[in-house]
Design a protein around this ligand. Sequence first.
Ligand code: TYD
Length: 140
Amino acid sequence: MKLEQQYRIIDFKDMGDERGNLVVIEGEQMDIPFDIKRVFYIYGSDDTVVRGQHANRETEFLMVNVGGSNKVRLNNGSETAVVELNRPGMGLYLSPMVWKEMYDFSPDSVLLVLCSRHYDGKEYIRDFEEYLREIRGKGF
Ligand code: TYD
């Protein structure tokens, strides 16, 4: 499968007015195709840290940096892409089975991650060689 079919940049509607900004993300709507089952956020990482380095067999993700910026490197075993998340109104949607690394976090970075599934460590692939074996086995 082409990497460009496995992720998508989404611009959320800004309902802001003179009082400030308000960004809305609704599950199962145009914004994100899945029902939101889990939310986590990462802050206090810096530009020396690489997080992620895993793929998920089942979970879809939507990442938004609501405070600052970070980069996400995507790899599907044959192609790579780098996405910089640097606006609270910008989301990165990720299909399952994409290898991801989050890095280059700014001091004010707060990376919000919305997920289609509850946490299950068994659906994480944390070994890149194992990831390559699985995607080849699935004919990706
Ligand atoms: P980890 O997957 O290494 O974080 P990242 O994707 O940012 O590199 O998760 C760190 C720890 O937190 C690990 O022990 C698993 C646990 N964890 C949960 O229990 N629930 C969750 O939803 C997440 C994302 C992690």
